[in-house]
Design a protein around this ligand. Sequence first.
Ligand code: UFG
Length: 329
Amino acid sequence: PAGKFLVTGGAGYVGSVCAARLLEEGHDVTVVDDLSTGHRDAVPPGARFVHGDAAEVARSLLAEGFDGVLHFAAKSLVAESVAEPASYWHGNVTTSLRLLDAMCWHGTPRLVFSSTAATYGNPDRTPIPESAPTEPTNTYGFTKLAIDHAITTYAQAHGLAAVSLRYFNVAGAHRYWGERHSVETHLIPIVLQVAAGERDRVQIYGDDYPTEDGTAVRDYIHVADLADAHLRALHHVAAGEHRIYNLGNGAGFSVREVIETCREVTGQHIPSVTAARRQGDPAVLVAAGERARTELGWKPERPNLGDIVNDAWAFARDGHTAYARSRTD
Ligand code: UFG
């Protein structure tokens, strides 16, 4: 049955794709976003948009009666989190606590929260199961882990039905919704900027990792698959429970493999140079994803790296512009 959902951070990358997927499934969607990193024109048509702080807006808006909140609004730059911890503790943790308080106050029954593989830190084994030790190596990871703990206790005490989804490396695009960060730090969009002639070359951060080709290995998951897991999570969770799921493909690709795939997809040369390791980067991060598969009945439909890059490239080239055109026509 169709529900009424509040999507915080729905003008951002993952939030806008999830909002679009919720609308496609016939749900009623309200997006709240302060537009600090999101884009107003990324909010899918058909969604109501409220400009403002997620917790502040939720405090009054949830009185309308919502079936659930999907909480994406957050600060998510690892290096910035280390340099400016206060803005991450307040921006992520304080905001989430106030959002939880508003949900309890208004009796909003369900929460799906964007957690991250960064909660595990430098893993002692790979693939990483949900039972792995959580030892973040940066402030960003600590704030997401703190929120996960808070959610567990709120669920137990107040009967909230909650799911945390720990994303590995999200990539790709869904129709008109894709990655458009003003400060881009992620590998695939950077490599595609080189392909598009917007950057000279890509720097490979370290080629002396203990991996097959010496470059770091990550688990890239298509953003539309990720969004589908959110839809399933909304329907599988029970009151008083907080469940945690890793979301990845369960397959790893090295930085060199990603660059090579981007060359194949774009037909561009894409110059690369080896640079120093980026501080705090683990060698290998790959998800053990059995729990989401068994309990949510979810599996990635687009696990092929070429398909993921192809969708990211279509969006980077003209996805957003085509969308902007369609809105003004
Ligand atoms: N990389 C490069 N050159 C670049 C950019 C990235 O070589 O210009 C490398 C990185 O060193 C890393 C890999 O490409 O080995 C992927 O880097 P991303 O920045 O795309 O992603 P991360 O794995 O660092 O980060 C992702 C999420 C974070 C989250 C983290 C969990 O984006 O939010 O996973 O550890 F914290």
